[in-house]
Design a protein around this ligand. Sequence first.
Ligand SMILES: Nc1ncnc2c1ncn2[C@@H]1O[C@H](COP(=O)(O)OP(=O)(O)O)[C@@H](O)[C@H]1O
Ligand SMILES: [Mg+2]
Length: 216
Amino acid sequence: MSEKPLIHVKDLVVSADGQTILSMPEWRLGAGEAALLLGPSGSGKTTLLHVIAGLIRPSAGTVTVAGVDVHALRPGQADRFRGRAIGFVFQTIRLIRALTVEQNLALALNLAGKPADKSRISATLDRLGVAELAAAKPPRLSVGEAQRCAIARAVVAQPRLILADEPTSALDDGNAERAFSLLRDEARACGAGLLIATHDGRLKALLANRLELAAR
Ligand SMILES: Nc1ncnc2c1ncn2[C@@H]1O[C@H](COP(=O)(O)OP(=O)(O)O)[C@@H](O)[C@H]1O
Ligand SMILES: [Mg+2]
């Protein structure tokens, strides 16, 4: 592991409605490392990914990404940091419905401060087997197609950190492996860190580095 971690979680407590939903004394992910985030439903996997991305504020403790405490930033700064540094595959997908798939990827590039390079967009979609959906809008996609497009959006701008929340839950074996390989290859190619929350047994065999959350 490199000396300066890409993710550093310290003394983290997350509460909602007066109850602790997640606590974690310390955890690190080195730059360029990949890990699986495991744990039963309700153990806090989604919560942790959202805290790391600066989308949920912890009640105590700190989380830094590339040395930046995203919760200490002003909202506009936090949005800019997230757009530039983090690619996120949401459990609920969250493609923008009014934009085409290609425009969704172009927006991710724009938020990362990069040009909307059409050849990069189509190459990324192609690796996930959804290049022919570039002009489609999300409401007409199947869940599996939408999931692959959401993975493409998360990696297209080559972020320093890729956070993926159950990214293969709707995919058949072939597409799950293809999606996992793409996440790993993209992360490796740009030296990005990768954290994949999953209860997908097919992925457990593919990655030894694990962070396991306990049932509450
Ligand atoms: N906004 C919220 N308010 C209250 N409880 C919440 C909230 N978000 C999540 N929780 C609870 O926190 C726990 C962890 O949820 P989550 O992070 O979604 O788990 P996982 O992704 O591992 O299934 C669950 O018990 C869930 O009900
Ligand atoms: Mg979840």
